[in-house]
Design a protein around this ligand. Structure first.
Ligand code: NAI
Ligand code: NM2
Length: 505
């Protein structure tokens, strides 16, 4: 096996856009970075802000996936026997190291993903908060004793869990999946998206440095083929997936063959409903937060913005003014508020949605075009000016399908009953939002919306203490919050007879 010791990584704290090349191996198992064996299927990974090759993603084959899973299994045997307090101590140390290396990890995330630095720093904070939160739960995972029937039940881990991640929150997704898994006593093999292979391996190094047994958190690189190998492997007990609906269905099918548990965190086309009695300035800020974080590449974004007709004009005027003022450019600069989309094909897909919207009668109020920053080193980057679409109708493609780009569709409505019905008229159900000063209306609308989250008078705030996940085709299972423990553990019931066996035979 081509194993290498933990490398001392270059100082990422000082890298700038356009000058980093990652050469270190990006897999991790057995407590060390591992070079992929077969380079023939390697794919270039691009820096979104420049279009330059950042590194090669060399997918893991069957033998390597097997090694990673076996490494996880041997760690699981040790880790699952530790007391919750001991697991917590190691996880808290991992959270502390992430905090210490925040700036360096955030910069790497920016270079690989294209999002702006202020957002990436928040993502890294959410990652260590998530690990800290689940570390806090680990010692509390005691069972229940039913004294008079003398039975007891307790939570046991599942075994080796697989995490499959998307490219929009690479480090944070790795933390959201590994923290509850490890807190419950499981081990994990994580496969990042082939487009963002760079930061998950740093999380693996951090867990090791914090004292985790070798093999506890492993990283295998690859795309669909490697993901398939993971889902089919007989030693895997669970798959937690973040990504698109079509791939989520495949993951579920493959997992069904081995009766593996599944968590699916899939796409969305979430509604944001703005009533005329709202505080308009906050509603406008909410609409921007609901659409333009991470260049609009966020699964829970509120991309269908329903605005009550009476306030449509002032809303649109101000939203367009603020959208035009978003500074797009070098994502590593403090002043930038929107970076580059993940890839050229993805940018073209988003532009295709905008063109189709125009053909179907939507009006582009601003943006929606490739943007070339003045800095020459960014001229090959995948930048797009943020876009607001007016004259939208519910039957348009831009209103029905997940675009995953900086495109807000604005739709007028008249009554609460009508808008709730239209908001629910989708196969997705990840998130939703409502702006109103009427507290009774806010709760009524939240109750009637078919979505896993409803934000009242804000959008896209997801503290790690609260569950996050979808209704309908946006998936099932939850991430974050106490409830996630249920998705990474199983219950053992022990029945104790205190007298003689009452036998019918
Ligand atoms: N819910 C969300 O947060 C996300 C939604 N999306 C949506 O999906 C679209 C396509 O993006 P992709 O990155 O191609 O998403 P995808 O769903 O194909 O990929 C997500 C992950 O699944 C892996 N994967 C792909 N095929 C697999 C298979 N057969 N078995 C196991 N794993 C497999 C990928 O390598 C990646 O790690 C986006 O344009 C967006 O609309 C994408 C990323 C995240
Ligand atoms: C961090 N947050 C809540 C804005 C989005 C996380 C979900 C995703 O992976 O898109």
């Amino acid at each position: 096996m081509a194993q290498q010791p933990c490398l001392s990584l270059p100082e990422y704290r000082n890298v700038s856009t356009g000058n980093l090349v990652v050469k270190e191996p990006l897999n991790f198992w057995g407590g060390a970075r591992v070079k992929s064996k077969d380079t023939k299927n390697s794919e270039p990974v691009y820096e979104p802000a420049t279009g330059r090759v950042l590194c090669d993603m060399i997918p893991c084959g069957e033998e390597e996936v097997d090694q990673a899973i076996k490494s996880a299994h041997s760690a699981f045997l040790k880790w699952s026997k530790l007391a919750g307090m001991e697991r917590a101590r190691i996880m808290l140390e991992a959270a502390r190291i992430i905090r210490e290396r925040r700036s360096e990890i955030a910069r790497l995330e920016v270079i690989n993903n294209g999002k702006c630095i202020t957002e990436a720093e928040v993502d890294i904070d959410v990652a260590w908060q998530c690990i800290e939160y689940f570390a806090g739960i680990a010692p509390t995972l005691a069972g229940n004793l039913h004294v008079y029937s003398f039975t007891y039940s307790g939570q046991e881990p599942l075994g080796v869990c697989v995490g499959i991640g998307a490219w929009n929150y690479p480090f944070q997704i790795a933390a959201w999946k590994s923290a509850p898994a490890l807190a419950c006593g499981n081990a994990m093999v994580f496969k990042p998206s082939p487009m963002t292979p760079v930061t998950a391996v740093i999380l693996a190094e951090i867990y090791k440095e914090a004292g985790a047994p070798d093999g506890l958190f492993n990283v295998v690189q690859g795309a669909a083929e490697t993901g398939t190998l993971l889902c089919h492997h007989p030693m895997v007990a669970k798959v937690s997936f973040t990504g698109s609906v079509p791939t989520g269905k495949k993951v579920m099918e493959m997992s069904a063959k081995g009766v593996k548990q599944v968590t699916l965190e899939l796409g969305g086309k979430s509604p944001l409903i703005i009533f005329k009695d709202c505080e308009l300035e906050n509603a406008i800020k909410g609409a921007l937060m609901a659409n333009f974080l991470t260049q609009g590449e966020v699964c829970c974004n509120g991309t269908r913005v329903f605005v009550q007709r009476e306030i449509m004009k002032p809303f649109v005027e101000e939203v367009v003014k603020k959208t035009k003022a978003i500074s797009v450019g070098d994502p590593l600069l403090e002043g930038t508020r929107m970076g580059a989309l993940i890839s050229k094909p993805h940018m073209e897909k988003v532009l295709g949605f905008i063109n189709q919207a125009k053909q179907q009668g939507a009006k582009v109020l601003c943006g929606g075009e490739p943007y070339v920053p003045s800095n020459p080193k960014l001229k090959g980057g995948y930048f797009l000016s943020p876009c607001v679409l007016d004259n939208c109708r519910d039957d348009m493609t831009c209103v029905k399908e997940e675009i995953f780009g900086p495109v807000m569709s604005v739709l007028p409505f008249d009554t609460e009953e009508e808008v709730v019905q239209r908001a629910n008229n989708t196969t997705f159900g990840l998130a939703s939002g409502v702006f109103t000063r009427d507290i009774a209306r806010a709760h009524r609308v939240a109750e009637n919306l078919q979505a896993g989250t409803c934000f009242i008078n804000n959008y896209n705030v997801s503290p790690v203490e609260v569950p996050f996940g979808g209704y309908k085709m946006s998936g099932f299972g939850r991430e974050n919050g106490m409830v996630t423990i249920e998705y990474y553990s199983q219950l053992k019931t022990v029945v104790v007879e205190m007298g003689d066996v009452d036998c019918d035979f």
